[in-house]
Design a protein around this ligand. Structure first.
Ligand code: F6R
Ligand code: MG
Ligand code: MG
Length: 381
């Protein structure tokens, strides 16, 4: 068995929240290389999307392994020290715990891990997003594993024809449920259609029982109880054979889906699939970006990557994303560009409400000069 772990964090941006400093990425590479030499890792690949560093690691220690999680945590801590020296923006912003306590979960960084029985040929795609939130993969995962208009393999590929099981997490209530496609898709869509609450954590082939996909569902704002940055999720997807083909796995991203995030984590924007060279969201701190790195596993070794969205086949969706970005930006501070109040990561609402409290008057039935003299409404918390 081999475990593929992708653990990621924003530990500092260059410039602002735009991109990652090459020295930080090199530091990550050196740390993981040392861990490889001492036998903890089989292989590793360090990459980035925007201001987030992604540690892609293979090992034989299983999921939630303390040593592997500690390696990631220590690497982020060391990276933060360097980020502070370079005075990068928001150095260490995702490291919310004071110290490592055995598992990276709940400490700030996001993680997606899967322990697999490596097939004779094991193609995987690792997705890395910036300026968006956990749950952003709900719609694409649905299309990959439940929509025959995206994945013809569900209809004409025998190993996929039995359907897929979706493990869904209610990130607010800390509850999870597994629902089966295709028979339970109407029930499933009730939940996953609200990605800010219900996020797809894992997907399994129902017949072979093999894990097909895993995404990070860690919600920074729920961990910290305040805005500290967007979750910028990651996802690992196995391809071919019992799973959708590589082309079926990346096909959902030919539409620039509307996701939460972008400027101040408080706006809807189009998710733009890009090559690594374009993974530095600058316009209005965005639009939200997605990079896909394809690897072949060879006894746990990461052969590759291929930069999957570095393909003119995705030019049109990038144009579409820019058109949607222009259109949404015109709304300025209005919904639906700005998120609904309860979903906004930043809000001045309590401050403004308090300041204006005395000026709000109750609306009385007999409108007239008297009504504006009525008592202020109750104190707003
Ligand atoms: C979005 C993001 C940025 C910042 C924005 C303000 O995820 O990180 O859009 O929210 O640049 O940043 P601060 O509050 O650090 O000045
Ligand atoms: Mg940042
Ligand atoms: Mg980020």
């Amino acid at each position: 068995m081999v475990t593929v772990s992708c653990i990621k964090a924003d530990i500092g941006g260059l410039v602002g929240h735009t991109s990652s400093h090459p020295d930080i990425l090199d530091l990550g590479r050196e740390e993981l290389e040392l861990a490889k030499q001492r036998g903890l890792l089989i292989d590793c690949h360090v990459s980035h999307c925007g201001d987030d560093m992604f540690l892609i690691m293979t090992h034989d220690r299983g999921e939630n392994n303390t040593e592997v999680h500690k390696l990631a945590w220590d690497t982020f801590i060391k990276g933060t020290e360097l980020a502070k020296k370079l005075k990068l923006y928001g150095a260490g912003q995702d490291l919310l715990a004071d110290a490592f306590s055995g598992n990276i979960k709940g400490a700030g960084p996001g993680s997606a891990e899967m322990e697999i029985d490596e097939r004779p040929s094991e193609p995987i795609v690792v997705f890395m997003a910036d300026k968006t939130s956990a749950g952003a993969f709900n719609l694409p995962l649905y299309k990959m594993f439940a929509d025959p208009f995206n994945t013809p393999g569900l209809v004409i590929g025998e190993p996929l024809h039995g359907g897929f099981a979706f493990e869904i997490q209610d990130v607010k209530e800390h509850a999870q449920i597994t629902l089966n496609a295709p028979d339970e898709i109407y029930d499933m869509l009730v939940f996953i259609g609200s990605p800010q609450r219900d996020a797809i954590k894992r997907v399994f082939n129902r017949e072979s029982k093999e894990i097909a996909a895993c995404s990070s569902t860690d919600k920074l704002s729920l961990i910290a109880g305040r805005y500290v940055g967007k979750d910028d999720p990651t996802m690992i997807v196995r391809c071919q054979g019992n799973f959708p083909a590589v082309g079926e796995v990346i096909e959902p991203f030919t539409t620039a889906w509307t996701v939460e995030g972008w400027m101040r984590g408080s706006h809807h924007g189009p998710l733009m699939p890009v090559a690594l060279a374009d993974a530095h969201p600058s316009r209005f701190d965005g639009p939200p970006r997605l990079v896909a790195l394809g690897f072949q596993l060879a006894d746990g070794k990461l052969i590759g990557p291929t930069d999957m969205f570095d393909d003119p086949g995705f030019d049109r969706v990038r144009d579409e994303a820019n058109l949607i970005a222009d259109y949404l930006r015109k709304h300025g501070p209005f919904e639906p560009h700005r998120l609904p109040l309860e979903e906004m990561e930043y809000t001045t609402m309590p401050l403004v409400a308090k300041k204006m409290n005395q000026r709000w008057k109750a609306i009385t039935d007999d409108a007239g000069p008297q009504s504006i003299m009525s008592a202020p409404i109750a104190e707003v918390e």
